[in-house]
Write a protein that binds this ligand. Structure first.
Ligand code: SF4
Ligand code: SF4
Length: 464
């Protein structure tokens, strides 16, 4: 969807020609979409602030501890060895986001992106509460530093910084766990200076983003926003101005009322836009689909007794040709890829083992002659215990119908502590009369009590 004059695409509405910031004073939106987004945000914020407190078997529900390379999703611990499951999960998520974007445009940005939720539904609301609506904010910004300005600016500073500090603490809780955050608070800054420094950095970053950087995060930094151009097509649903119905735009004038479109050129859709654009110019990279312009235009249309929906969720083909949403080849292909990825991911998760054993023959030693006409091979075993309990492990030779043998541990029995790696060395001893080949396939069962955890296939080397 595009306007005849495309010059607006050559620059950002929030940056002046000489490179200075063009501050956006967005008017407070009102309407059913804003109310809907407020409800979604409240649920979102409750979930965001509640999750770090929820535990399963004494471990957090979610943890993204990059420092110790420990990740927990829905109570399941993922180790670096599970990285391929994690990477596939991420890939599935990206395909889902792309598919969602192809069909529904930037609905994610407007409704659930953390940047939009915190900017529009937390910090912007605090700002409206302290500074007032857009006109009052403009006046406050232009006025010299007097008592009122100092009071309002310092109040806003304290509120924004406190909120940024709270968010930073929760952000840290997602990284290191709420228990550690609480412990650090109890024991004080001096005892945990290495954690306090990142906390200060997070707080200052959040403060900078919400106090000053704001919509620039979506316009300049966010890669998802910048990829819109390649993901959207004429069938994607986006927040769009119905130019067929709206043009030619113009003020209501009794003599010309039949010659004009429904847009009365009131600019209310522009006044509420947090990224400072005019949606009537067509789909633009800066539009975060926040729906504020839909609410603003619906209110105007109601006032002038015209149908609402001049700005609405619609596709280019819906506006131009009146087409309804339908499946395209591209959408079908994305759905196909997504289904395959989901199937693979589900299989990997279902077959993922809590205890993972790797058995390798010790290098450099082919076999050893043992008393009683027996042959032995020596093996190394490495066990990863991903569970939260200590596990004693026993090894047994499987396939005993074909090869009769025993397993003898070198040194202590295997006992792997929770969430750690254990290793050991053992012999497999088999009667010489049963060995008819130089290389014999054997299977070693890894047991914990009577429960067989895994069967590992390996070779047993015998004399020629
Ligand atoms: S154009 Fe409308 S939907 Fe897009 S960012 Fe502006 S107000 Fe929000
Ligand atoms: S709010 Fe609606 S009527 Fe007013 S300028 Fe925007 S599109 Fe036109």
């Amino acid at each position: 969807m595009s306007a005849p004059n495309e010059l607006f695409r050559d620059s950002f509405g929030t940056i002046t020609k000489d490179g200075k910031r063009n501050w956006v004073f967005a008017k407070k939106p009102h309407g059913k979409f804003y109310n809907g987004r407020t409800i979604v945000s409240i649920v979102y914020l409750i979930v965001f602030f509640a999750l770090p407190w929820i535990k399963i078997h004494d471990e957090p529900l979610f943890l993204f501890n990059m420092f110790e390379r420990k990740f927990i999703l829905f109570g399941m611990i993922f180790w670096p060895q599970d990285f391929f499951v994690f990477a596939l999960g991420m890939l599935t998520f990206i395909v889902f986001v792309v598919l969602f974007t192809v069909v529904f445009g930037r609905i994610f940005c407007g409704w659930v992106c953390p940047q939009t939720i915190f900017m529009e539904m937390v910090f912007r609301k605090i700002e409206y509460w302290i500074d007032g609506d857009a006109e009052k904010q403009k006046r406050l910004s232009a006025m010299p530093w007097n008592g009122e300005k100092i009071l309002k600016r310092s109040g806003k500073f304290v509120a924004f910084f406190t909120m940024s500090f709270i968010i930073a603490n929760y952000f840290l809780a997602y990284l290191i766990g709420m228990d550690d955050v609480m412990l650090y608070m109890k024991e004080g800054i001096a005892a945990h200076i290495a954690t306090f420094i990142p906390l200060v950095i997070f707080t200052c970053t959040f403060f900078f983003v919400y106090w000053w950087f704001r919509e620039q995060a979506c316009l300049i930094v966010c890669p998802y926003g910048r990829l819109q151009g390649v993901m959207l097509d004429p069938n994607s649903i986006v927040v769009a101005y119905d130019y067929v119905r709206g043009e030619p735009r113009g003020r209501i004038n009794k003599e010309e009322i039949d010659k004009k479109g429904d847009c009365i050129d009131c600019f209310d859709c522009v006044r509420v836009c947090p990224t400072g654009i005019d949606i009537r110019n067509g789909t633009q990279m800066e539009c975060v689909n926040c729906t504020a312009c839909i609410d603003a235009c619906d209110a105007i249309m109601t006032k002038v007794h015209r149908d609402t929906g001049l700005i609405r969720y619609a596709s280019e083909n819906n506006i131009k040709k009146g087409e309804k949403l339908h499946m395209t080849v591209r959408t079908g292909a994305y759905i196909g890829v997504l289904v395959i990825l989901l199937a693979v991911l589900t299989t990997l998760l279902a077959t993922r083992r809590d205890i993972q054993a790797t058995i390798m023959r010790a290098q450099g030693m082919l076999y050893q002659e043992q008393p009683g006409n027996k042959i032995s091979n020596i093996y190394n075993i490495k066990l990863i215990n991903k569970t939260r309990k200590d596990i004693p492990v026993q090894l047994r030779l499987e396939d005993e119908d074909e090869l009769h043998g025993t397993i003898k541990m070198v040194g202590k029995d295997l006992h792997v502590p929770s969430e750690s790696i254990g290793d050991g060395v053992f012999f497999v001893i088999i009667d010489k009369s049963e060995l008819h080949h130089r290389k014999n396939k054997i299977e070693i069962g890894v047991y914990s009590g009577d429960r067989r955890i895994q069967v590992v296939k390996t070779n047993f080397v015998a004399p020629n």
